[in-house]
Design a protein around this ligand. Structure first.
Ligand code: HEC
Length: 127
């Protein structure tokens, strides 16, 4: 009786191994294609909004750039500025001495100045 049981278990075990071996299929070469097809995600170094907040523009021009003392802000209304992008860069860099607009030259790098100018012209602009 004991011997019969042992041999059954042995056969069962051998059978399972056989099934396992049969079901081993070659792995599809999916690993490379999956990662290769992933879209490239480009993270901007500093967005216009982030810079506008980081350098404190919102203190005087408010969150949406409206500025103006009667609107609760202090600076100029950037939403309706007539300055070109280049003039915006110059104004932010040099400020307006005696008029309350501080110079940011040396604090904001050239690339970010451009990003800010574009942000004012495109995002803050009243549509
Ligand atoms: C301490 C307050 C203050 C801060 C901070 C400040 N500004 Fe100003 N800004 C002003 C004032 C006041 C004026 C209006 C000057 C004038 O009367 O010509 C102005 C004017 C401007 C103008 C000219 C707008 C126009 O149409 O003539 C731009 C552009 C500008 N600010 C952008 C910025 C940006 C960008 C930042 C942040 C990097 C910033 N400002 C931070 C107070 C500030």
């Amino acid at each position: 009786m004991k011997g019969f049981r042992n041999s059954t278990l042995f056969l069962l075990g051998a059978g399972l191994c056989g099934v396992g071996a049969l079901s081993l299929q070659p792995e599809p070469a999916s690993a490379e294609t999956e990662t290769g097809d992933r879209p490239e995600i480009i993270v901007p170094r500093a967005g216009g909004r982030a810079a506008f907040e980081k350098f404190g523009c919102i203190t005087c021009h408010l969150g949406d750039g409206r500025g103006g003392q009667n609107e609760g802000g202090y600076g100029a209304d950037l939403r309706i500025t007539k300055l070109t992008e280049e003039e915006l860069v110059q104004t932010i860099a040099n400020g307006r001495a005696g008029k309350g607009m501080p110079p940011f030259k040396g604090l904001i790098d050239d690339e970010t100045l451009g990003v800010l100018a574009k942000y004012i012209k495109v995002e803050l602009r009243l549509k």
